[in-house]
Design a protein around this ligand. Structure first.
Ligand code: MV4
Length: 503
């Protein structure tokens, strides 16, 4: 049985994994780069090893150093989190060769699903619906044009080694076919060292709906229902919710069965996600499988009542799943919003820096998965996501109200964050109605650009008032050192009175 887990990751997900380890009585080991010495995941862990300089290529992606750290600390398993080495079959193989348990799927499943052309073929053989298109790499333009004329324009050219939107081209006109294919091929070659591309019919206004699945090493596979992830900006998810507002019970059961069939086709064990694109008539098509724990896993945990990290560890230990499909159900509604250290009003420019003050939201139905603290400096080397706010309530409307309340209570100073932008999303009529697809962000720019509402103005005014108060205090402390106690937080009264007047 696993006694000590090395977490080959950083930030919020490293802390998230260690929390479940602690509940299971398992020790945790952090690995960290030189700029992450003071990161929360290092403080939380029972043991920690520095694995190199800041760039991930010299630290979090160094398979050899991570395995060396596991041996040094006596860790018997490695959890890769998401990103970094989480979908690297070679790393999974190296771990097993060194006698370390890789907490994740088999290298075979990672490889098969990592190559999108092989994944499509495997899904067709398993009877899972895929987007109409090719099942072999495109070798010559003539065959490509024949195929495209058969399926009809518009089409998408996708890199077989890609995924998540990398190396993708949309072709609307016949005259653009040749340049799109050669462009996609050279982009794929440069990005992945593999220029294989395939063609799919373009689905014009799709929803992105994914199914969480969980399998054990005894051939049991269940799904834990769907997550609606259509609110995306440049292939980055911004909001996720479950249940999906567009789903029917009938389609949910069919998609769930297909998700399980997809996983079964690669003898999947561990946690994984089947991504589908879904049109307005609820026709759905397999897009790709993510062979890792995902960022948005907490909404599933909350609505289904399962700790996914704990299940990953149990499966890695060889235990059978403790529940069957019929034991699982969805209760209530959960929404996750990702908080980024970015300035939404300056083209989402990353905003690294020192956290001067942080107050995290609390209260009924609120979960906050983060890692930054007062005085912590966010490094510029990694993903700017600093935390995830997850709320749960009986109904979708109540969950939205609860998310607004949680965002209201979330205060961070020292850096810019996406919090104001997230507030705006919750005011968009189509979001409130649950009527949105993957074009939501581009179609609702009028609501999402910098607002001049009384709420946003009073937040600015409160910050100015606090600053004036701070300077005033500093000055009086210099002239009259004993007046500190009398000063109080008089700026707050100022802020309250002014907002009552709705300035
Ligand atoms: C598509 C598509 C339309 N038709 N494939 C983008 C990310 C990658 N996982 C696949 N993506 C898409 N593939 C066909 N045949 C539209 C998208 C797409 C998209 C998908 C999910 C969520 C957001 C998206 C935003 C733009 C395009």
């Amino acid at each position: 049985m696993i006694k000590k887990v090395l977490v080959a990751n950083r930030g919020e997900i490293a802390v998230r994994v260690m929390r479940s380890c602690r509940e299971l009585g398992i020790e945790s080991v952090a690995v960290y780069s030189e700029v992450d010495r003071k990161s929360m995941h290092v403080r939380y862990a029972d043991d920690a090893v520095c694995i190199g300089p800041a760039p991930s290529s010299e630290s979090y992606l160094r398979k050899d150093k991570i395995i060396e750290a596991a041996k040094l600390t006596g860790a018997d398993a490695i959890h890769p989190g998401y990103g970094f080495l989480s979908e690297n079959a070679d790393f999974a193989r190296m771990c097993e060769k060194e006698g370390i348990i890789f907490i994740g799927p088999s290298p075979y499943a990672i490889d098969t699903m990592g190559d999108k052309i092989t994944a499509r073929k495997t899904m067709i053989a398993a009877g899972v619906p895929v987007v109409p298109g090719t099942t072999e790499p495109i070798h010559d333009i003539k065959t490509a044009i024949d195929v495209i004329m058969k399926i009809g324009l518009p089409v998408m050219i996708k890199a077989s080694a890609g995924g998540g939107g990398k190396g993708m081209r949309l072709v609307k006109n016949e005259e653009d076919i040749i340049s799109a294919i050669s462009g996609a091929k050279s982009e794929a070659k440069a990005a992945f060292g593999d220029d294989a591309v395939y063609i799919e019919k373009y689905i014009s206004s799709p929803h992105h709906i994914e199914f969480q699945i969980l399998g054990d090493k005894h051939g049991n596979i269940v799904h834990l229902f769907e997550r609606e992830c259509s609110v995306q900006r440049r292939h980055q998810k911004v909001v996720e919710e479950t249940p999906s507002p567009i789903m029917t019970q009938e389609v949910r059961m069919k998609m769930g069965a297909d998700a399980v069939a997809a996983a079964r086709a690669v003898n999947y064990y561990g946690a994984g996600t089947i991504e589908f694109i879904v049109d307005d008539n609820l026709n759905y098509y397999f897009l790709e499988m993510n062979t890792r724990l995902q960022v948005e896993h907490p909404i599933t945990e909350r609505v289904v009542g399962v700790d996914l990290v704990k299940q990953q560890i149990n499966v890695a230990n060889g235990l059978p799943l403790a529940f069957k499909q019929e034991d699982l159900k969805q209760t209530g509604h959960a929404i996750e919003m990702r908080i980024y250290a970015e300035d939404p009003d300056n083209n989402f420019m990353p905003s690294p820096g020192v956290i001067k003050h942080i107050r995290e939201p609390l209260g009924l139905g609120v979960r906050h998965d983060g890692y930054v603290y007062k005085g912590y400096e966010i490094p510029m080397y990694y993903d700017p996501m600093i935390s995830k706010l997850i709320v749960w309530a009986e109904t979708r409307d109540e969950a939205i109200a609860r998310m607004k309340r949680a965002l209201f209570a979330y205060k961070i100073t020292g850096i810019k964050t996406s919090i104001p932008y997230l507030h705006r999303i919750l005011e968009v009529p189509d979001f409130i109605k649950g009527r949105y697809n993957t074009h939501f962000i581009e179609e609702n720019q009028q609501y999402l650009k910098k607002q001049n509402t009384s709420t946003e103005r009073s937040i600015d005014m409160a910050a100015i008032a606090a600053f004036v108060d701070y300077i005033t205090k500093l000055e009086s402390l210099q002239t009259e050192p004993n007046t500190k106690q009398q000063l109080g937080n008089n700026w707050k009264d100022f802020g309250r009175k002014r907002s009552a007047l709705r300035f």
